[in-house]
Design a protein around this ligand. Sequence first.
Ligand SMILES: [Zn+2]
Length: 173
Amino acid sequence: MDAREKKQMLLDSRYLRMTQIWAENSYCRRRQVGALLVKDKMIISDGYNGTPSGFENVCEEEGQDRSKPYVLHAEANAITKVARSNNSSDGATLYVTTSPCMECSKLIIQAGINRVVFGEYYRMHDGVDLLCRAGIEVIHLWQRDGEYQPVTLTSDNSESHYQEVEKFLATRK
Ligand SMILES: [Zn+2]
């Protein structure tokens, strides 16, 4: 890693830590996710998972361990929030605590976001695959034993890296 890459990684890790703090705003009990949109070194939008404006602050179906179908993911909230502002997500970087799902990945592509940095590789890699296919730079900023390790994902390595992460997590249980 050269000096420039190291500087970028430090910056990325700080924004990522901010998304982890921002996720604490979420009233979802199952999982709290936070996202930030950064463009030209400015935070232009933010989001966390939750129900749309005007709905009660409850994410889960009553008595069930699943989210209501109208809960918006953090990425979708950040992207739709910028749509209501005078800013543009075109060319922005999205920081998000967990890897984007398929639905959010479609929005990320259409919003013109060209870089995605996430901290936790979560459940499925189909969303990440789609981002790679769209030519978006996708980075898993993997935290292992307190050290950040950036892994650039491509259509070729997204699945094998996902399995490596799963294997690593299994040894931690
Ligand atoms: Zn999503």
